[in-house]
Design a protein around this ligand. Sequence first.
Ligand code: AMP
Length: 393
Amino acid sequence: MSTFKDLGLSEHILETLSANGFEKPTPIQAQAIPLVLKGNDLIGLAQTGTGKTAAFGLPMIEKLVAESRRPDPRNIRALVLAPTRELVNQIAANLKLFVKKSPIKVGVVVGGVSINKQTEQLARGVDILVATPGRLLDLVARKAVTLTQGRYLVLDEADQMLDLGFIHDLRKISKLVPKNRQTLLFSATMPKQIAELAGEYLTNPVKVEVTPPGKAADKVEQYVHFVPGKDLKTQILKKSLTDNPDGLSLIFSRTKHGAEKLMKHLDHVGFKAASIHGNKSQGQRERALKAFRDGEIRVLVATDVAARGIDIPGVTHVYNYDLPEVPDAYVHRIGRTARAGRDGIAIAFCAPDEIRLLRDIEKLMGINIAVASGEAPADQARPAKGRGGRGNN
Ligand code: AMP
């Protein structure tokens, strides 16, 4: 088993790592760190929770420190792009831990907050800028920053950036960062568009992969309730929440409107609940997440986009109130529990019009999800009978 030292990291980073309880590298770190140090372009197939921030962050910091340069005013040395404000903040918080004993400065640029502060921050120059694509382009247009000194470009959660329609922004930004750079692309899935993107922006990339889709959630017990409609979903959900008063429950809804309505109902009947989705302001989302993380509220209703990448180690239950349209999203959702070696429970509700979605999920994961109540309509029953809850093969 390799250590961080074996991977070629230097003493000051090793000290910071052990001060933060990072004892040994995760699989993506063990694979990626030596390659990034060597200067390779990289495609990393890995989800949030696998330690991918450190996988690109540590070697990048190592190299930036070794170059011992300062960024010029309104310039950057490395750019990390991520799809959501939450993810940008999380990445930046991680990187700031790692750079504590170095002169490296980490900057953050996200939409939904004052642009003036960001302009001021950039005026002095930053070594690593973590940004959402839209706001970054605004700042470039205002000449608050230029990317021409960038030597490292990281595209994090690339599949999600495409889903959110950032493809044109990514094209624009990649033209602003010099060709002579090292590019690292991370994605949880590898649809055709991502492969094309990688072909365009990366040079002879090495591919590293951990937890292929569908295998991520081996430690999660999974159940499904077949229900005729929403009313019974809500009823079973409330009973389950009542039965687990000490749990930390994350509930996924397909729409913003649905998430808000469900949260209001749960709050009305006495559960301490909050919601995060695209109609909430940055401040509201951050407050809700903090309260949930601290256990002040025990129930958080979320949409996929708002919850993507969020790392809350204590989540005990993930509810799929609505099943997602794409099966990969189910794997991401249930990956929000059973983190850091803990057990977790994932409960799905399946209305008659969602059976197709359920079957797609089971196909992707190579399992039959255990039926907790109800049954699928006879004409849509599975070929073989469902097996027990643990999601292994
Ligand atoms: P990430 O996938 O980068 O979002 O990381 C998920 C979580 O794991 C974060 O809270 C990290 O601080 C933590 N983490 C990452 N790598 C390690 C490691 N080698 N040892 C302990 N914790 C880690």
